[in-house]
Write a protein that binds this ligand. Structure first.
Ligand code: ATP
Ligand code: MG
Length: 274
């Protein structure tokens, strides 16, 4: 059974800690007091139904949304309310849920925009771009193509590459599996694994619960603007209450992408199997 929420911190070395965060849009509060601790070096996967507040949590962490209450500690420093460029300069980069690229610009131009805050340091940009090409070889073949001519999976690689231009230590990924075919899915999740091996801490929001929890080292379940449960991914995936709520029935363990599929539970609620 996953640990009940509210036990903020209490992890060995939290790179990010949210305590009692309230945030929202216009007159309404979407986040109703979010407590979340992200352990350094983890892949923390946030799951939950549509409208639970998953993307709003990422927007609040990255400074796109100001918290109305509560604290956000990044490496122990209070960052709630800082501007997005300040959060970027602290090594936190996000791949948003959709529409992040400029379709009329080339792949290379889109990727270089990821290091806009270093635009005056040509040597750094060249060094970073070469390193990102090693991570995402696709850039070598298609660097001059317009981003608007790419497939969904190819665009996702460009979005990841742009995020990596900052050499972030904390990466926020919002639904990377959205709309991808199985082949692209496996390649994107392979890239996530390589980023993790490279020492990056990853916060992964996923509607594809099985896929997200298969690669995660920690699971967080959100519902109605709050963290409902946190714990070991296998415990959460095996929790009947969670399976009922978000997976439409009992769920068997699955392995990371590329492993043979286990039998799909009848009527599973999450997105079609990868
Ligand atoms: N830009 C916005 N302006 C106003 N309301 C918003 C905005 N973005 C999200 N909301 C509202 O905030 C609530 C939470 O949205 P959020 O995008 O965080 O959910 P989510 O968990 O990411 O959902 P999904 O799985 O569908 O992406 C929803 O009710 C949504 O309608
Ligand atoms: Mg979302």
């Amino acid at each position: 059974m996953g640990r009940r929420c509210g036990a903020v911190g209490g992890l060995t070395d939290a790179v990010l800690e949210l305590a009692g965060v309230v945030a929202g849009y216009g007159g309404s509060d979407v986040l109703q007091g979010v407590d979340l601790a992200v352990d350094r070096g983890s892949i923390t996967c946030i799951v939950g139904p549509n409208g639970a507040g998953k993307s709003t949590v990422l927007r609040t962490i990255s400074g796109l949304l100001r918290p109305r209450k509560g604290t956000i500690l990044l490496d122990g420093r209070q960052v709630g309310g800082l501007a997005p460029w300040e959060i970027l300069s602290m090594g936190v980069a996000q791949v948003p849920q959709s529409g992040a690229l400029f379709p009329s610009l080339s792949v290379r131009e889109n990727v270089l925009m990821g290091a806009y805050i270093h635009r005056r340091d040509g040597a750094l940009l060249r060094e970073r771009y070469l390193r990102v090409e090693d991570f995402v070889p696709f850039l070598r073949e298609r660097g001059d193509d317009r981003a608007g001519n790419l497939s969904g999976g190819q665009r996702r690689f460009v979005e990841f590459a742009r995020c990596l231009m900052l050499d972030p230590h904390l990466v926020l990924l919002d639904e990377p599996s959205l709309g991808l075919d199985p082949g692209s899915l496996a390649r994107v999740f392979d890239l996530i694994g390589r980023m993790h091996d490279d020492g990056k801490t990853i916060v992964l929001v996923e509607q594809n619960v099985r896929l997200g929890l298969a690669v995660a080292t920690r699971a967080v379940v959100m519902e109605n603007g709050r963290v409902r449960m946190t714990g070991d991914p296998a415990d959460i995936l095996g929790n009947p209450a969670i399976a009922e709520l978000y997976l439409g029935g009992t769920v068997r363990r699955v392995d990371a992408p590329g492993a043979e599929r286990t039998a799909e539970p009848e009527g599973s609620a999450d997105r079609a199997a990868p």
